[in-house]
Design a protein around this ligand. Sequence first.
Ligand code: MG
Length: 234
Amino acid sequence: MLKVMKGRNIDVQIKMTANLLGANELLAKKNQRLFAEKGALVINLMSSPGAGKTTVLERTIEQLAGRINMSVIEGDLYTDQDAVRIGNKGIGVVQINTEGACHLDAGMVEKAYGQLPSADIELLFIENVGNLVCPAEFDLGEDFRVVVLSTAEGNDKPMKYPLIFRQARAVILNKIDLLPYTDFDLGQFREDLDRINPLAEVFEVSGRTGEGIDNWIEWLLKEVEKKKSAVKSY
Ligand code: MG
């Protein structure tokens, strides 16, 4: 729908959006200090709905069990289904329901972090609300962002949603086992992503079969160690 607005209304709307983002920035900085004090690596995990964030997390928890103290903050519009799945894997999890909001913000994460059961978290995942647009605008105080894309969604997504892909430290291409049954063009995807974000790490995985998860885990463990040594030398 095309909405025609008069000049003053547009000014008010721009100011409100700027204030909202500004307030979030301050809280994100506060979260960043809090996470740094604890030495925990914090990853903001983003994707569209159904790309497989929770399944990738389940696989990650299985691989890291007994090696890393990991917790998850789950963002969802209304349900706690993903938090139940994560909780069943035996790690600390807190659910945030945004009640319709299309992204998490730093204030929500601050509250949830305070409710996590373990004090010695080495790795914290924040699973954002499934959306390729809104979550990209809101810093949560994370160390970096990881985007999950599935082969079923098509290879055009980096070009269509460049912001979220540009900001990602790593991109997990999930459902790689379904590649033969889709029109997903792996070469085009790599080429487009390279143009938008040449530094992004890319992991081709299947959360369902476990294919490629090893490479992701190996990289993740290195990042956890990097964060720890950065905190020690601080
Ligand atoms: Mg999920």
